[in-house]
Design a protein. Structure first.
Length: 273
C-alpha cells in the first residue's frame, strides 16, 4: 500500500492533519464554536475556486480566503451578538462565491476532489506546503497555549486579567484557517468539520483534565484519519467520507464503553451495600 509515492505523501499529510485538527478543535468545542469548522470548510472551497480560476495554488488560495472569512466572523461577532447569524452570513457568502466561480467553467481544473477528498491529487509541493502550515500552526498553539486556554474557559475573565483577547481571537481564526486549508485535500470540504470536532467529542467522554483530553483527542484523530485512509485505499472509496464514518463509529464505541463501565460500577456498589 505504501509503494506508490502518492500514498506515502498522503500518509505524511494525514499524520500532520490528524495532530493539528484536534489541537484546534478542542478550543472550538470548548467555546461552543463547533460549526465554525463547517463554515470555514466551505470558505476554503471558495478559496480553492478562486485559486483555480486565477491559475494559482489551491492550498494557498484556500488558506487566504479561509483566514479572511475567519477574520470576518470575528469582526462581525463583536458587532452582532448572534453567532449563529454570523456563521450563516459567512457560509452564504462562501458558498455563493464558490458556486458562481464553478458554474462559469473558467477554472483550470475541477474542484471535485476538494469536495470529497482524494489522495491521488496530492503532489510533493502540496505535501511540503501542508507540512509547513501545520508546523507553523502547531508552534503557534504551543507558544500561546496558556492564553488560548484561558480565553476558551472564560473570555471576560481573560479580558479583565489583561489578556489581549481580540488579538488572540484573530490569531486563533488564522490557526483554524490553516487546519482547514491543509485538510481539504485529504478529507474533503463536506466532512472536514467532523475531523475537527468528533475526535474531541470522543475524548471528552473520558472525563479527564484539559491536557489529557487534548492528548486523547489527538490519539483518536490519528486512529480515525489514518485508519480511514488505509481502509478507503482497500475499499476503493473516497477517504474523507469513510474517515467520517470511522470517526462516528469511534465516538459511539467510546460512549458505549463508558455506559457499560458506569453500569458495572453501579452494580458493584449495589452488591457491596
Amino acid at each position: 500500500m505504501l509503494q506508490p509515492d502518492f500514498m506515502r505523501q498522503a500518509f505524511a499529510v494525514s499524520f500532520f492533519i490528524a495532530v493539528l485538527c484536534p489541537c484546534v478543535g478542542i478550543f472550538l468545542v470548548l467555546r461552543r464554536y463547533s460549526m465554525i469548522g463547517d463554515t470555514l470548510s466551505h470558505a476554503s472551497l471558495a478559496g480553492v475556486s478562486v485559486a483555480l480560476t486565477l491559475g494559482g495554488v489551491p492550498i494557498i488560495g484556500a488558506f487566504t480566503v479561509t483566514a479572511g472569512c475567519g477574520a470576518l466572523i470575528e469582526f462581525m461577532r463583536e458587532r452582532i451578538k448572534n453567532a449563529e447569524l454570523v456563521l450563516t452570513v459567512v457560509l452564504a457568502l462562501s458558498v455563493g462565491v464558490a458556486v458562481t466561480l464553478m458554474s462559469r467553467g473558467t477554472m483550470t481544473r475541477s474542484a471535485e476532489s476538494f469536495l470529497f477528498g482524494s489522495v491521488l491529487t496530492i503532489t510533493r509541493a502540496d505535501m511540503f506546503m501542508t507540512l509547513g502550515l501545520c508546523a507553523a500552526a502547531i508552534l503557534s498553539l504551543i507558544l500561546f497555549y496558556d492564553r488560548l486556554v484561558f480565553i476558551s474557559y472564560d473570555e471576560e475573565a481573560a479580558r479583565i486579567a489583561g489578556v489581549r483577547v481580540r488579538a488572540y481571537n484573530y490569531l486563533f481564526m488564522i490557526l483554524v484557517a490553516a487546519a482547514v486549508s491543509v485538510s481539504i485535500r485529504v478529507v474533503g470540504v463536506l466532512v472536514l468539520s467532523s475531523m475537527i470536532a468528533l475526535p474531541v467529542a470522543a475524548a471528552l467522554q473520558l472525563g479527564r483534565g484539559f491536557r489529557t483530553t487534548l492528548l486523547a483527542s489527538v490519539a483518536f484523530s490519528l486512529f480515525d484519519i489514518l485508519g480511514g485512509l488505509t481502509a478507503s485505499y482497500y475499499l476503493d472509496v473516497a477517504p474523507g467520507g469513510f474517515t467520517a464514518i470511522v470517526s462516528v463509529a469511534v465516538l459511539f464505541a467510546v460512549i458505549a464503553v463508558k455506559a457499560v463501565m458506569k453500569h458495572a460500577r453501579t452494580r458493584k456498589i449495589s452488591s457491596v451495600h
